[in-house]
Design a binder for this molecule. Structure first.
Ligand SMILES: NC(=O)c1ccc[n+]([C@@H]2O[C@H](COP(=O)([O-])OP(=O)(O)OC[C@H]3O[C@@H](n4cnc5c(N)ncnc54)[C@H](O)[C@@H]3O)[C@@H](O)[C@H]2O)c1
Length: 347
């Protein structure tokens, strides 16, 4: 379907410019994309990013509380006819201050890229939940050793669970998943809800060292601290490992990221902005490639079994809008969501 055909298809189902579709978190889930489909959509978004077929300025942010962030994330992905803006927040201190509220939230405005008009407002919590591990594992598919037997997860919250549920999508020889969290109950919960979904056996780590020494590939998804507070000692790392960071450099030592054979980020622009905000007080390492460039095949993935590779993905709006388009299309087809009036041109 080309751009005009797509617009006509939408217009037959929703009056562009007169109404918008509101999709709650449950509505988004009810449209039913599987993990495999989310993974494929995310790879398509990364491929478009790697081929420079997108417009995506670095996200700008507010930080109303210590170590909190609110990000405005716009993107247009031409090949996917996907255009919109995510307004996302992460407030880790909600755990203490508002225990009944989640730390991560977001809304996404999905626009008609032909006229600019908004067509939908949807929850972005679930989109973020599922696309983030897809990015990590799209990277791992090209950068991790295929013979990896143990995967580690540091941080057992929303992202920890989402990563564990998706890891076997790309790591087919896994025997063990080793998880660690500062809260014992978070590890117990992850094992309870994720073990039925994965073949590898999940066990609690005895500490950070256990994860790093045991696992050929591991991911970290803990609160992003404005200034890194390293917990993973450089001496525990070994050649051949692949490290997937979703929380900037919060837990890793500067020496580790700087001595890695390949260091990747999802968006150079984005990480330079974060550096300007002070998140990388010792400076960004030399960047080998953007994640999308490796996914698109513009840059090589792993070229040596002994390479230590660190991938630092902070999340990109291109992933969100491509997944959002799929959710929007399915919702229109299935009659999911609530139509809200936008503008009555007769008034
Ligand atoms: N890169 C991306 O695209 C992306 C997307 C979503 C979230 N994130 C980031 O991922 C991180 C996790 O997000 P979430 O939604 O899973 O949050 P969450 O609050 O659900 O989970 C965080 C978990 O980390 C644990 N934790 C806290 N400090 C720890 C430490 N020092 N060591 C080990 N565990 C620790 C907490 O107990 C909690 O279980 C956040 O920093 C968030 O900003 C990144």
């Amino acid at each position: 379907m080309d751009s005009r055909e797509y617009r006509d298809w939408v217009n037959e189902r929703l009056g562009i410019g007169r109404e918008i579709l509101y999709l709650s978190l449950e509505d988004c889930k009810a449209t039913g994309p599987t993990n495999d489909e989310i993974f494929d959509l995310t790879e398509r978004a990364l491929t478009a990013h790697g081929n420079k077929q997108v417009e995506m300025p670095a996200k700008i942010g507010l930080h109303p509380q210590p170590d909190s962030l609110m990000h405005a994330m716009p993107a247009y992905v031409g090949p996917e006819l996907a255009c919109g803006l995510k307004w996302a927040a992460n407030f880790p201190t909600n755990q203490d201050r508002y225990p009944d509220l989640v730390p991560t939230s977001g809304l996404l405005v999905f626009n008609d890229h032909e006229s600019g008009l908004p067509m939908a407002i949807m929850d972005a919590y679930w989109i973020t939940e599922v696309r983030t591990p897809s990015v990590a594992f799209a990277a791992a598919k090209r950068l991790a050793r295929p013979d990896t037997k143990a995967f580690g997860m540091v941080g057992c919250g929303i992202q920890g669970k989402a990563h564990v549920r998706m890891v076997e999508r790309v790591m087919h020889e896994l025997e063990e998943i080793v998880v660690y969290d500062v809260f014992d109950e978070a590890m117990d919960k992850l094992i309870e809800v994720c073990q039925p979904d994965v073949k590898a056996s999940i066990r609690k780590a005895s500490g950070y060292e256990d994860v790093v020494r045991t696992c050929g590939v591991f991911a970290t998804a803990t609160p992003i601290t404005h200034v890194p507070e390293p917990k993973l000692e450089d001496s525990w790392f070994r050649p051949g490992q692949t490290v997937l960071l979703s929380d900037c450099h919060s837990l890793v030592e500067d020496v580790t990221v700087k001595r890695a054979d390949k260091y990747l980020v999802d968006s150079v622009d984005q990480h330079q902005v974060l550096e300007g905000y002070g998140y990388y007080p010792w400076g960004l390492p030399e960047i080998y490639a953007e994640t999308g460039e490796v996914v698109a095949g513009v840059k090589d993935g792993r070229s040596d079994p002994d390479e230590l590779i660190v991938v630092n993905n902070v999340g990109m709006a291109v992933e969100d809008v491509v997944v959002a388009r799929q959710i929007f299309d399915r919702a229109l087809d299935a009659g999911i969501g609530v139509r809200l009036p936008l503008w009555d041109r007769t008034s």
